[in-house]
Design a protein around this ligand. Structure first.
Ligand SMILES: [Zn+2]
Length: 326
């Protein structure tokens, strides 16, 4: 069975690159038009269409039905959610992305890593344009899509047998640059030992909802603050946030930011939260380098703490930029 999920309807501007549709489909739900076209190609296949956004509320129940995920989304929120959900469910993921004349394709194995978060730990803060906004040639999307489809077929045909002649290699990023003809290169993605997705037990992966990630009501209105921003705010004596150190007991004993409270990440993972924090309290979480605290921020958000921010670069960055405070 093939499942397709997408909330949109077909628009005339899609037609130069989205080859499942014709101008007669304009205004129809994309998933319906796609299902019809695929079944017309092969009446023996079963295609399920879901006209909806792929969000955290349905990610697990949807993925449970399938052996492989192919991510063709055009935004980072969905891309990170697909990655996290695939790892939570232990399903391989074929990722692809396009930006103007360049593309990226990779297969992630869904069990051992590396994963998409090893490549990009967090969604970028800057506004990144999607295909609609930046303009893209249909041939670039087609080329990248063909490589993505090929990886998906390899994965399904080999069925996880590493000795099969078509067995694909997971964890390698293929970069395609079509600005000056075909330019293809492949790099191995290093697995991050502190990756919040593929280096933790699958059951502790928290799927972040779109609402939580798009409207953080946190310190300075930011989901993450730099050590410089925090130091400047402390100097001015404005609405000073509480600092929460999520490192281990040993790291805390060695040194910590004065005034901080200590609450190890492992306690959060067990569902325990500091008793002196309210749902509306402004607080900034830190660890050594900002990775464990990013995970802590996800866990706090999941439990309804809207005022949480992450200290980018952790205490290491704090030491560099505000040395006198430690
Ligand atoms: Zn990872």
């Amino acid at each position: 069975m093939i499942g397709i999920i997408d909330p949109d309807t077909v628009d005339a501007t899609n037609l130069q690159r989205q080859v499942l549709y014709s101008s007669a489909d304009e205004g129809r739900p994309k998933v319906e038009a796609a299902r019809e076209r695929l079944v017309a190609l092969n009446p023996d296949i079963r295609v399920e269409a879901f006209q909806a956004e792929f969000d955290s509320s349905k990610a697990e129940s949807l993925l449970r039905e399938f052996d492989l995920v192919v991510d063709g989304s055009d935004n980072f929120k969905t891309r990170f959610l697909v990655n996290d959900a695939a790892y939570k469910m232990g399903i391989p993921l074929v990722f692809a992305a396009v930006d103007r004349f360049e593309g990226q394709v990779a297969l992630f194995d869904g069990r051992t890593g590396p994963c998409y978060r090893c490549l990009y730990p967090e969604p970028p803060r800057a506004v990144i344009r999607n295909c609609q906004e930046s303009g893209v040639l249909g041939t670039v999307v087609g080329s990248v899509g063909m490589l993505q489809a090929h990886l998906a077929l390899q994965c399904l045909i080999s069925g996880g047998d590493s000795l099969h002649p078509l067995s694909p290699v997971a964890g390698r990023l293929t970069l395609i640059d079509l600005a000056k003809g075909w330019n293809l290169s492949t790099v191995q993605i290093p697995k991050r030992p502190d990756c919040p997705t593929c280096s933790v037990p699958p059951q502790s992966i928290v799927l972040e909802s779109h609402e939580e990630s798009t409207s953080p009501a946190c310190f300075m209105g930011q989901a993450a603050v730099t050590a410089h921003e925090l130091a400047t705010r402390l100097d001015r004596g404005g609405d000073v946030p509480i600092l929460v150190d999520v490192r281990t007991d040993e790291e805390w004993e060695e040194s910590h930011i004065p005034g901080a409270i200590h609450w190890e990440l492992s306690r959060l993972e067990q569902g325990l939260v500091p008793p002196n924090l309210g749902r509306e309290t402004l607080f900034v979480v830190y660890c050594r380098s900002g990775v464990r605290s990013a995970r802590a921020v996800e866990l706090f958000r999941k439990r309804g703490f809207k005022g949480v921010s992450n200290l980018k670069g952790g205490i290491e960055s704090w030491r560099l930029q505000a040395r006198s405070r430690v």
